[in-house]
Structure formats: structure tokens, C-alpha cells
Design a binder for this molecule. Structure first.
Ligand code: NI
Length: 227
């Protein structure tokens, strides 16, 4: 699964994020990395429990909770509180895979990382490099999105962030555990849901086939969802 979720943040929210991040205290990004990824990670991060990270993280979670495309694609069960990173002056993150299980800092909760997300906070022409390169079954894909847009991808994918050679790349990133663990099943449910939404617009909610397909969707959820 690799899906771009457009317009997670509007101009106001982006302004709030950038203003807070520009005056924040940053630390070495190795803090949240596993041992393999720490050896290839050269960037900076906000401390997880810092008030700025928590305040901006909550803002992002609120926007995501009201974003139908995100909810349809991710079917989130638990979302890791968003983290924030910064790359500049040649900083980069070499190829790695994200840890499968993460304790949520400050709690006893563990989440299985089914999906990874990166929300771009700077306009792509304001910095050079910084592409997120994701290995997929169709080869590697370079992702560098408009500010406010987010990529959602399988956390099982190998990925890296190219060096930022000019300017500054600010992003939020997080993981989530989905109600649907299997990537292929989740993708099918997403495709089915998108088709139902489209069909509903064309023929109306009460059309018998829309009603039947909606039933199929919920019965598949009932069969595959893990609560
Ligand atoms: Ni990663």
C-alpha cells in the first residue's frame, strides 16, 4: 500500500506548525531509531514528550480524524503520536525498515506498525533533495509532496530519505496499527470503499446495488478486522 493523502493540513495549520518548529529545541534523531536504523540515521527530531511535539501532534491527529480518504485507506486502530524531524546541511536517513512493534512513550501501550506516514511541512521547491524513497513490489518510488500532503505506506517497506543538500526539510511522521493487518486485504477494502463512494454519487445511496455493496464492505470488515 502506498497512497498520497492530499491536504491533511491547510495553510493556517502549516503556518502554526512551521512557526512552532522554527523556534523548537531539536535533538539527535537517533533517539527513536532501532539499532540498524540508528547507524544510518543522520537528522534531528523533536523530543517525543516535548510540549511542542504534543501540541502539533494533536493538531495533526484532529485533522486526520476528519479526513475521509485517510480513514478509508488506513482503517486506523491506534495511531502513534506524531513525531517531527528536520533535515538540512546534507542530513539524510539511509535505507532501513521501521521497527515492527513500538511502545508508545510514556504509556504501557504497544502498537504494531502496519503503516508508516510522512506528512510534508515545507514546499518541495524550498529545499533540494529530501525525497522519501520507498521500495515497493513495483520498484522504488520517490516521494516529495506539497506542503500539507501526506504519504501512507506499508511499514514493512525498506525506505530511505535522500540527503537534503540545500534548504530545510521539515516533516511529521508516525506509524499506525490498522484494524486490518493484511496489506492486501486493506487495499481491497479501500478500493471497494472508494467505488461505493463513487457509485453513491452517481446513483444515490438508496440504489439496491449500493446497499448490497455496502453490506459486502461491512461483512468483509466483520470478517477481517482485529479489535
Ligand atoms: Ni523509517
Amino acid at each position: 500500500m502506498l497512497i498520497v493523502i492530499p491536504a491533511v493540513l491547510d495553510a493556517d495549520a502549516l503556518h502554526t506548525c512551521r512557526a512552532a518548529l522554527h523556534t523548537a529545541d531539536w535533538t539527535d534523531g537517533k533517539a527513536t531509531a532501532g539499532s540498524q536504523s540508528a547507524s544510518v540515521k543522520v537528522n534531528q527530531q523533536l523530543p517525543e514528550l516535548s510540549p511542542v511535539a504534543q501540541q502539533l501532534g494533536n493538531l495533526i491527529l484532529k485533522k486526520l480524524g476528519a479526513h475521509p480518504l485517510f480513514l478509508s485507506a488506513a482503517l486506523p486502530k491506534s495511531i502513534y503520536p506524531p513525531l517531527f524531524n528536520r533535515y538540512r546541511g546534507g542530513e539524510h536517513f539511509g535505507v532501513h525498515v521501521d521497527n515492527a512493534i513500538r511502545p508508545i512513550t510514556g504509556t504501557t501501550q504497544l502498537i504494531r506498525t502496519d503503516l508508516s506516514a510522512t506528512l510534508f511541512l515545507m514546499e518541495p521547491d524550498s529545499y533540494e533533495g529530501g525525497e522519501l524513497v520507498i521500495e515497493s513490489q513495483f520498484g522504488s518510488q520517490e516521494v516529495k509532496l506539497n506542503a500539507g500532503d501526506m504519504v501512507l505506506y506499508s511499514a514493512s517497506s525498506l525506505h530511505q530519505v535522500n540527503a537534503v543538500t540545500h534548504g530545510e526539510r521539515l516533516a511529521a511522521f508516525f506509524w499506525l496499527q490498522s484494524l486490518i493487518r493484511d496489506d492486501g486485504v486493506r487495499q481491497l477494502l479501500f478500493d471497494l470503499d472508494q467505488s461505493i463512494q463513487q457509485l453513491t454519487q452517481e446513483v444515490g445511496q438508496q440504489h439496491p446495488e449500493v446497499v448490497r455493496l455496502t453490506g459486502v464492505y461491512h461483512n468483509l470488515m466483520r470478517r477481517y478486522a482485529e479489535l
